[in-house]
Design a binder for this molecule. Structure first.
Ligand SMILES: NC(=O)c1ccc[n+]([C@@H]2O[C@H](COP(=O)([O-])OP(=O)(O)OC[C@H]3O[C@@H](n4cnc5c(N)ncnc54)[C@H](OP(=O)(O)O)[C@@H]3O)[C@@H](O)[C@H]2O)c1
Length: 332
């Protein structure tokens, strides 16, 4: 076990985009587990857009941050946690965490499936895509979809799952031509536009000239407005996130076509993945065979080294990631 523990604190509230100055790495001795707990040395960290939302007020300043993490139990003072066991927990953004048995989830190990997958397509990210498609959109075979932030964690998982579920035409938006090419060549999208290139309404109208049945919205704002215009009658909007707004300092984008929701009998519904833990096993059953056969591959951007976790997080907000953003402890 390493001699020193590192913990990331948020030190100030950002206005607009956060910078490395809003964080501090705090060094200490590894914590000592009390009876009924265990010490976990963390191996993989998830950094997520919701952390940006939490930075505005939910995260206490100068206190350890939190986040989903996979680690190995290295010292246990509870029989329910065996040394050597691999667990998933939420006390991330630190190299070492003290956890109680009810704070961890044991991970099933599937042959040939790497641990990082449990933070990506098999984790909260994949579950978000799965719930969005199966429970909220209620995707049926042949339906045409538009997915925003299609090259991110949720967007790539949505594309891959929608293909497995027999979706029709899959249109996406992403932040660069290189991302667009990746999505059409590897993930299964039919057409992807760079959302910086022109107004979203023009780009979507060109990419989906016959309209769409479903919109999976990771972004909000202008792209949501474009999707409302492109949706066919009785179409559905799955509201997953509003990343266009998380770092914005001006007034939120005002949608100008809300009457279309009435006139086309559209349905818009949001959800939080934390309300769907009961679908975790169903997700494994659906996806794991395809991971094992190679039909589904992992879309992830892995940054090596806990000392780069802030860079990975800020890079994700700026769109530098492709697929799920993950940080890995290089020695493990
Ligand atoms: N409802 C839930 O329970 C739930 C669960 C997980 C995630 N989410 C939401 O799902 C969305 C995606 O999350 P994720 O973890 O998969 O992150 P992600 O998509 O992997 O990373 C964020 C991406 O957002 C794009 N982006 C950043 N600023 C943007 C802007 N102003 N306009 C358009 N796109 C922008 C960037 O891609 P480009 O380079 O392509 O612009 C960036 O790569 C987020 O809104 C998140 O809050 C919701």
């Amino acid at each position: 076990m390493t001699e020193t523990a590192l913990t990331v604190h948020q030190t100030a509230r950002p206005y607009g985009f956060p910078t490395p100055d809003h964080f501090a790495f705090v060094e200490s001795a590894p914590p000592v587990p009390a009876p009924g707990t265990a010490l976990v040395e963390n191996l993989y960290w998830s950094v997520d857009p919701y952390h940006r939302e939490m930075m505005d007020g939910d995260f206490a300043l100068n206190a350890p941050l939190e986040g989903r993490t996979i680690g190995r139990v290295v010292e246990s003072r509870d029989p329910a946690l065996a040394e050597g066991e691999i667990v998933l927990h939420r006390k991330g953004w630190r190299t070492h965490s003290v956890v109680a048995p009810d704070e961890v989830r044991r991970l099933p190990r599937f042959d040939g499936v790497p641990l990082s997958a449990y933070l990506g397509i098999l984790g909260g990210t994949g579950l978000t895509a799965y719930v969005g498609l199966t429970r909220i959109a209620q995707l049926r075979e042949g339906q045409d979809l538009f997915v925003s932030a299609a090259a991110g964690g949720v967007g790539t998982a949505t594309g891959r799952l929608a293909r497995l579920m027999g979706a029709g035409r899959l249109v996406g938006s992403a932040g660069s031509a290189a991302k667009a090419a990746y999505l059409t060549e590897h993930v299964g999208y039919d057409e992807v536009f760079d959302h910086h290139a022109a107004p979203a309404a023009d780009l979507l109208a060109k990419a989906a000239p016959d309209g769409i049945d479903l919109y999976v919205d990771n972004v909000g704002g202008e792209q949501l407005e474009a999707a409302i215009s492109a949706l066919r009658e009785r179409g559905r909007i799955v509201r997953i996130g509003t990343i266009a707004q998380y770092n914005a300092t001006g007034a939120p984008y005002a949608l100008r076509n809300l009457p279309d929701i009435v006139e086309k009998s559209l349905r818009m519904e949001g959800f939080l993945v934390r309300d769907y833990p009961h679908l975790q096993e169903e997700l494994y059953e659906f996806v794991v065979p395809h991971l094992q056969s190679g039909r589904v591959r992992l879309d992830e951007t892995v940054t090596e080294g806990f000392d780069r976790i802030v860079d990975a997080f800020l890079g994700m907000l700026l769109g530098e990631n492709r697929g799920k953003t993950i940080v890995h402890a290089p020695t493990n």
